[in-house]
Design a protein around this ligand. Structure first.
Ligand SMILES: C[S@@+](CC[C@H](N)C(=O)[O-])C[C@H]1O[C@@H](n2cnc3c(N)ncnc32)[C@H](O)[C@@H]1O
Length: 253
């Protein structure tokens, strides 16, 4: 695993564990959809790159389906879990916005991985460049599949919620912050006889759908927008984007 140039302060040890234990539903729903898309495009044993791969849930399924997978994530704790779950995967610990993307059949970013915005950086400026780089990395007929939280009428930007498992609990407080939401996440995880308390705050950019469509189409992709992965609908305010690099037409007669 390549060591980080800059480590992330998000998804430290306990939140990485909790994400894997209790928040992997999107990656699990995405797996059969992506496997089938690759199969029906005739792409077998291909290179697939996942940006913000987290604990490797999707990498593991793609690896099982016979693909060579590369996972990129800024959290070394997430990658530690991914190493165990998808031992065949090549893993890189760095920002997905800076990572070199090899020639591949598909690039994936599930679970809102593109929405996370570090302090002082604008994803709105960086995303079009990333999309153009992905286009160049993809083979003809390849696709970039990603889900995002967006500025939509139904997007909820202020709420409190919680989720718990056998040895953990996460309390989440969401507040609006201009064109973003702030998610304050308080975690409790059983360690020995007690529970360890940790806290993280994530800034999550809310993209405008038009900005995404413009960036995707200007890069040269065709675009399909869906409300979820197969039968699994994304929560309110989220959409699945499937950007396809059309097969080239070949020389005309
Ligand atoms: C909500 S998790 C989703 C993980 C996985 N894709 C899934 O669906 O289960 C978001 C992931 O994106 C990673 N991430 C966020 N911003 C990133 C960035 N700029 N570069 C690399 N990874 C990033 C986080 O570390 C985290 O693992």
């Amino acid at each position: 695993m390549t060591e980080p140039a800059k480590t992330s302060s998000i998804y430290q040890e306990d939140l990485a564990y909790i994400h894997d234990a209790g928040f992997g539903d999107t990656a699990r729903a995405a797996a059969p959809v992506v496997v089938e898309m690759l199969r029906s495009a005739g792409k077998v044993q291909e290179t697939v790159v996942e940006l913000g791969c987290g604990s490797g849930i999707l990498l593991a399924e793609l690896s099982r389906a016979g693909h060579q997978v590369m996972g990129i994530d800024s959290s070394s704790q997430m990658l530690r879990l991914a190493r165990a779950k998808a031992p065949q995967a090549e893993l890189r610990c760095c920002s997905l916005y800076d990572a070199a993307i090899p020639k591949c059949a598909a690039v994936l970013a599930t679970g809102e991985a593109l929405n996370y915005e570090p302090p002082g950086r604008s994803n709105l400026q960086r995303l079009p460049q990333l999309i153009a780089r992905i286009y160049r990395a993809l083979a003809d007929g390849g696709f970039f599949l990603f889900d995002l939280i967006l500025q939509l009428p139904e997007t909820v930007d202020a709420y409190q919620t919680w989720r718990a498992g056998e040895d953990w609990a996460a309390l989440i407080d969401v507040t609006p912050d201009s064109d973003a939401i702030m998610r304050r996440i308080l975690t409790f995880r059983r360690i020995g006889d007690g529970y360890r308390r940790q806290e993280e705050t994530h800034r999550v950019r809310l993209f405008r759908p038009d900005d995404i469509e413009t960036a995707v189409m200007s890069a040269g992709f065709s675009l399909e927008i869906r409300e979820g992965y197969g039968q699994t609908r994304l929560p309110p305010g989220r959409r699945l984007f499937i950007a396809e690099r059309r097969p080239s037409q070949g020389p005309s007669e």
